[in-house]
Design a protein around this ligand. Structure first.
Ligand code: SF4
Length: 192
């Protein structure tokens, strides 16, 4: 049999299954050359950075794979006692949080009765929020109770509900700020 034909037949999965060390065809015998040449994105990373999934209060540990200063892949960190290398579908897809073409980089605002989103600068948005906080605090401030017996010094006009991405230090500052403003309903989801 010509060498080329023998080589071709030997490359067929059934021949590799019969001749090699994979008689049940569950591994190497069933693998195509194309599959064999595939490499994981993680192989090409320049560095790996430890992080925490930002999506919920479980706080699963992540390994962020970076190439040319761009995030290329996010995996679970097996060293974590919390998640032991696992990520749920949300955490597994968090690479898209960084790289998705639909990620927003501008503040979007839809004014009352508006029918479309407007783009605002961050400075303008922050000023608008501050104006609303001050106006609400002034309009809803309670110095004393109805009988004027008890000092309250509070507002029920706004509250704070933080997200899972907040860490201890940010929550410390948020609690200070909102308590100083007179809010009493201050909560967050963060457990990180
Ligand atoms: S991977 Fe899933 S369970 Fe873990 S922190 Fe992220 S969202 Fe929560």
């Amino acid at each position: 049999m010509p060498g080329g034909l023998r080589k071709l037949i030997a490359s067929w999965p059934a021949a590799r299954q019969l001749q090699g060390r994979d008689p049940l065809g569950l591994g190497a015998a069933a693998k195509s050359a194309h599959t064999d040449a595939l490499r994981a994105r993680t192989d090409a990373a320049d560095r790996v950075v430890g992080s925490v999934c930002p999506y919920c209060a479980v706080g699963c540990a992540q390994l962020i794979y970076v190439k040319d200063d761009k995030v290329t892949q996010i995996e679970g960190d097996p060293a974590s006692p919390v998640s032991r290398g696992r990520l749920c579908p949300k955490g597994s897809a968090s690479e898209q949080l960084v790289n998705s073409a639909t990620r927003e980089y501008k503040v979007k605002y839809r004014r009352p009765h508006g029918t479309r989103w407007e783009e605002l600068s961050l400075d303008q948005a922050m000023d608008m929020i501050a104006d609303r906080v001050i106006a609400t605090r002034d309009a809803t401030w309670e110095e004393r109770d109805e009988d004027k017996d008890v000092t309250l010094k509070r507002t029920l006009g706004f509250a704070h509900l933080g997200g899972a991405t907040l860490d201890n230090e940010e929550n410390y500052l948020l609690k200070k700020l909102y308590t100083a403003l007179g809010a009493i309903q201050i909560e967050n989801q963060a457990r990180i």
